[in-house]
Design a binder for this molecule. Sequence first.
Ligand code: PRP
Length: 179
Amino acid sequence: MHKDVERILVTEAQIQGAVQKIADGINRDLNDEPLLVVVILKGSTPFAMDLIRKLNMPVELDFMQVSSYGKSTASSGFINMKKDLERDITGKNILIVEDIIDSGNTLFKIKTLFESRNAKSVRICTMLDKPSRRVVDVEVNYVGIEIPDEFAIGYGLDYNEQYRNLPYIGVLKREVYEH
Ligand code: PRP
């Protein structure tokens, strides 16, 4: 275990089980319809790369990055776009891939944006969900694992851009972020 990790929240085996469960649900629901997978940078990349290899339908991949500034402006619909999608999404089935849902603000804004761009359907999947932190009501179609409100790192999740490469999800020791 990494020296900065207090304890492991989700093991590698549990992660892979959750990825398979989510992929099974998507494969069942889409029933071979083409899917545009939108990866929300940066934290979602390990999950997204594991997930797409388990999807059976024709898959396109695109990336979006939004900044966390303005997270509190949920109702304004404002989104600070750092990197937008490359192509038009009109008429497409979209799957948004997230590593974690906290307040729900980010996903609410992205989903609303995609609907305004006339996507055929917009589904959301997340590896981790912190339901106790939810501020905005957003429908999440596929959830890997619900976790308590603790400082999670690993499998894409960072603190100060570190720990994204850990193969498991752990709780960061308090002494690392409280000095
Ligand atoms: C995290 C996560 C979601 C968002 C969730 O991204 O990947 O996008 O925060 O929080 P919310 O539900 O309260 O909106 P972050 O801004 O940490 O970016 P990163 O993935 O690049 O680390």
